[in-house]
Ligand binder design. Sequence first.
Ligand SMILES: [Zn+2]
Length: 267
Amino acid sequence: MSGLRIPLDGAEGPDGAGTATAVNVLAPNPSPMTLDGTNTWIVGGADAVLVVDPGPDDEAHLRRVAERVDGRRVTAVLLTHGHADHSEGAGPLARLLGAPVRALDPRHRLGEEGLDDGDVVTAGDVEVRVVATPGHSFDSLCFWLPGDRAMLTGDTVLGRGTTTIAPDGDLGDYLRSLDRLRQGAEMLEATALLPGHGPVLPDPAGVLNAYVVHRRMRLEQVREAIRRGARDTREIVEMIYADVDPALWPAAEMSVAAQLDYLKTTL
Ligand SMILES: [Zn+2]
């Protein structure tokens, strides 16, 4: 559950992309909603790693992830959130690698430990700091890699286009999370965002700024569509997403529904 825009032709595939301590293993589940597919991130050093978002329960993909782990100790499998395209393979991979699954939502955990804002998870001497960023979903987390000055963003920020607010998300929370990420990216001088789908983004503050501007613009468009007489989410979508492939309109409707909820509470 993620992107709203169609991938750009000719964009570099993100398999193998990353930073000094994070590398992407791209899952074979491309679609208009998942862009190139889900990015599974292996984070760590020579002795120990964490696996972030195993992706779909696809045997060949999970085997590739295990190959890239290459015998290193797996401290934990972490989930940025519980949507199936990120979490479905977590149980099978964790069993394969003998590691626990840590997530904010207890339903997605395997083992005793959860995951929440402020937690620090380590793999050898590599540190991952957990930042709660609800909005895309209620349980969305980002993972800050201080050693690389990079942020794993799950579906909160995507490598292309913008993300949707899922039925289990909340636009008000999302706007607050974007503000928090934007301030953090500036303060910590972040150099890369490592998204759940799509390529690595080299200008975190710029991207987060564009996300905030885009959200404000969409909200203004929804207000305007209502002023012009749109009566339901479908009519609003037809007005303001006229330039978008109708195959993506169901996702757009979901996004508009989230915006209407938000406007109701802020009007
Ligand atoms: Zn998602």
